[in-house]
Design a protein around this ligand. Structure first.
Ligand SMILES: NC(=O)c1ccc[n+]([C@@H]2O[C@H](COP(=O)([O-])OP(=O)(O)OC[C@H]3O[C@@H](n4cnc5c(N)ncnc54)[C@H](OP(=O)(O)O)[C@@H]3O)[C@@H](O)[C@H]2O)c1
Length: 327
C-alpha cells in the first residue's frame, strides 16, 4: 500500500514493539501516524512519522485520530508508572476499554479498512487464568463481533515471547546463577527479535490470508528454558551455571498470600499479578509459527559486548581522576 492509499496509525508507538513497527513501516514507504500519550518520550520517532496525541483511557482524546487512516495497528501494552492503579485495573483500562475505544474510533472514521492488534500466544487458551489475558480477549471479542458486517478486517498477531524478556535470564546467570520455578526449565518457547516481529506485523497489512485471523508468531528457534539459561552462560563464558529452583506450589502459595493482602497496596497487587504470570509461563509452552531470521545467541553476544563496553567506559572514567592526579 503506498502513501497515496492512506496512512497507518500505530498506537503504543513509544513502546518496545510499537517504535519498531513505526520504523519498519517508514522504511517500507508508508505514511505513519503515531499515537502517543506525550510527545516527551517520543524522541525516537522524530522524522519517521507524524505524532498524534491521545490517551486510549480517555476516549474523548481519540476524536479524529483515525481521520484519513486506512490501517490501525495497536501495540498498546500496560506500562505501570508512578501513580498508576492496580495491574488489573490498568489492564482493563488499556488492553480492554482503551483498545475498544480505539477500535470504535477507527470504525467511526469510515476510512479504516483493517485493525491489527497485538495479542499473545497464550492469551486465547488461558484467558481466564490471568487478568491481562482476560482484558485483551474481551477487546478481541468486541472487535471480531463488530467486524462481522465486513466494514473493517481484523488481524490479531499473537507473539510468543520477546528477546528482550530473555535479558533477565542473562542478568541472573551473570550474577551467579538462575533462580526460578523448576517447572519452567523444561517448558519451551521460541522468542522473537522485535525487528522480526515488527516486519511480520507490517506484512499483515492488506494481506488477504491474514485478514480476520489470529497469527501465532515466534522466532526461528525453539528452546527449552534450560537451554536458554545455558546459552546465556555460554555467552558470559560461564562453564557451570548454578540453577536454584522453587516448586510451583511455593509460587501459588505466595500469590495467594499477596492476593490476600492486595488491599494494602498496589505494590502487593503487582507482585501477585506477576507471580500468576510466572506460574503460567512455567506451566505452558509459548510457541508460535517460526518467523524471521534473527537468532538468540547473536542477540545475547551483542548484549554482552555492549555491557562489557559500558563497564570498561565506566571503569576508565572512574580511573580518570587518579590518572590526571599522577600527571
Ligand atoms: N513481552 C512479551 O514477551 C510479549 C509477548 C506477547 C505479547 N506481548 C504484548 O505485546 C504488546 C506490546 O508489548 P511492548 O513490550 O512493546 O509494550 P510496551 O513497551 O510496554 O509499550 C506499551 C505502549 O502502550 C502505550 N500506552 C500505555 N497506556 C496507554 C494509554 N492509556 N494511551 C495510549 N498509549 C498507551 C505506552 O505509551 P507510554 O510510552 O506513554 O507509556 C507504550 O507506547 C503488549 O500488549 C504486550 O502484552 C508481549
Amino acid at each position: 500500500m503506498s502513501s497515496r492509499r492512506g496512512a497507518v496509525l500505530v498506537a503504543g508507538a513509544t513502546g518496545h514493539l510499537g517504535a519498531e513497527v513505526v520504523q519498519e513501516l517508514h522504511q517500507r514507504g508508508y505514511t505513519v501516524h503515531a499515537l502517543v500519550r506525550s510527545t516527551a518520550n517520543a524522541s525516537r520517532l522524530q522524522g519517521l512519522c507524524k505524532l498524534v496525541q491521545g490517551d486510549v483511557s480517555k476516549p474523548a482524546s481519540l476524536q479524529g485520530v483515525c481521520a484519513g487512516i486506512t490501517v490501525v495497528i495497536s501495540c498498546l501494552g500496560v506500562t505501570t508508572k508512578k501513580g498508576s492503579g492496580s495491574p488489573v485495573s490498568e489492564a482493563n483500562k488499556v488492553l480492554k476499554k482503551g483498545t475498544i475505544a480505539l477500535f470504535n474510533e477507527a470504525k467511526r472514521a469510515g476510512s479504516v479498512q483493517q485493525f491489527v492488534l497485538i495479542g499473545s500466544v497464550l492469551s486465547r487458551q488461558l484467558r481466564y487464568q490471568w487478568a491481562g489475558y482476560q482484558a485483551r480477549e474481551a477487546a478481541v471479542d468486541h472487535i471480531t463481533k463488530n467486524c462481522q458486517d465486513g466494514s473493517i478486517a481484523w488481524t490479531v498477531v499473537d507473539p510468543s515471547a520477546f528477546f528482550k524478556d530473555m535479558v533477565n535470564i542473562m542478568r541472573l546467570v551473570r550474577k551467579g546463577g538462575f533462580t526460578g520455578l523448576g517447572k519452567l526449565l523444561d517448558h519451551k518457547a521460541n522468542p522473537i527479535h522485535v525487528q522480526d516481529l515488527a516486519a511480520r506485523v507490517a506484512d499483515t497489512i492488506m494481506r488477504k490470508e491474514d485478514q480476520n485471523s489470529r497469527i501465532p508468531v515466534g522466532g526461528p528457534e525453539t528452546f527449552k528454558y534450560r537451554e536458554i539459561i545455558q546459552l546465556a552462560a555460554d555467552t558470559w563464558g560461564i562453564k557451570e551455571v548454578k540453577i536454584r529452583t522453587f516448586p510451583l506450589w511455593s509460587a501459588r502459595l505466595l500469590e495467594w498470600f499477596f492476593q490476600g493482602f492486595a488491599f494494602i497496596s498496589v505494590r502487593l497487587q503487582r507482585f501477585a499479578y506477576f507471580l500468576r504470570f510466572l506460574v503460567i509461563l512455567a506451566t505452558n509452552d509459548s510457541v508460535g509459527q517460526p518467523t524471521g531470521k534473527r537468532k538468540l545467541d547473536v542477540f545475547f553476544t551483542e548484549l554482552a559486548t555492549q555491557a562489557r563496553r559500558a563497564e570498561n567506559a565506566r571503569a576508565t572514567s572512574e580511573m580518570q581522576p587518579m590518572l590526571s592526579h599522577q600527571d
